[in-house]
Ligand binder design. Sequence first.
Ligand SMILES: NC(=O)C1=CN([C@@H]2O[C@H](COP(=O)(O)OP(=O)(O)OC[C@H]3O[C@@H](n4cnc5c(N)ncnc54)[C@H](OP(=O)(O)O)[C@@H]3O)[C@@H](O)[C@H]2O)C=CC1
Ligand SMILES: O=C(O)[C@@H]1CCC=N1
Length: 268
Amino acid sequence: MTVAVLGAGKIGEALLSGLLDAGHDAGDLLFTERHPERAAELTDRYGVAGVEVAEAAKRADVLVVAVKPQDIEPLLDELAGLIGPGSLVVSMCAGLPTSLFERRLPAGTPVIRVMPNTPMLVGAAMSAVSPGKHATDEQLQTVERLLSSVGKVVVLPESQQDAVTALSGSGPAYFFYLVEAMIDAGILLGLPRAVAQQLIVQAAVGAGTMLEEGGEHPVMLRENVTSPGGTTINGIRELEKHGVRAALLDAIESARDRSVELGKAHEE
Ligand SMILES: NC(=O)C1=CN([C@@H]2O[C@H](COP(=O)(O)OP(=O)(O)OC[C@H]3O[C@@H](n4cnc5c(N)ncnc54)[C@H](OP(=O)(O)O)[C@@H]3O)[C@@H](O)[C@H]2O)C=CC1
Ligand SMILES: O=C(O)[C@@H]1CCC=N1
């Protein structure tokens, strides 16, 4: 099976790299890029061929659309004249509904909407998958299998994709932001930056592993760190005083709203 990534930016590269690490053959992967120097860099790094969209449409069984939602219109115009009956289109674009692709591509084109995240680069993606109206169960399974090689996969109704985009699509950015702020706190307390970074990154990895493997609720895990009359509760009081929980709710709601807005921009 040949997979072509249309738009090999951050997420497109993460997919190529994750698939190669998972054992996919470079010869079964293609990508398109509009900057020749970026294409050359990717071919050097991964041994994957950069091609024109027409060649990708001709050779690939699965076309993964990974351009910014703002760049979708010209690509759809181009693809509309190129897509053959055997092509399966997978969109990773935030906010864009499968109905947009179905309306603009040849009648009956199977489309599957996916929201992955950048940990795909290290085989630890969370991908949520929603089939459009022409995608068969077999095509859904193909996409699930492909994405399972680079992380975890859930199948969800498309109506939940804007929420998923805000939660797990953007989620890594919020964790990185917290880590960055906590490293700054280490600097404030006089630790060398490298030491602060090592301490916080390992605390994040340890917490993530406990969340994933321990099976305990996050509230319980936090309570276990919070000794009576100890240090952690002082920190928690400050987080509550500064409304960090409400800030996260607002942040994720706002990201969801932006996903809805990106989709609306392409309504008929
Ligand atoms: N980054 C993330 O964590 C995630 C992103 N996504 C989705 O993935 C998509 C890409 O996001 P991201 O990787 O961050 O964005 P990037 O801008 O890094 O990647 C998109 C790439 O596609 C190129 N491009 C645009 N139009 C074309 C075209 N017609 N043919 C070939 N290449 C083209 C862009 O070139 P140029 O540099 O000139 O713009 C760019 O290199 C978005 O729709 C986003 O919603 C989904 C989940 C997570
Ligand atoms: O910021 C964005 O729009 C993309 C979608 C989810 C993560 N990154």
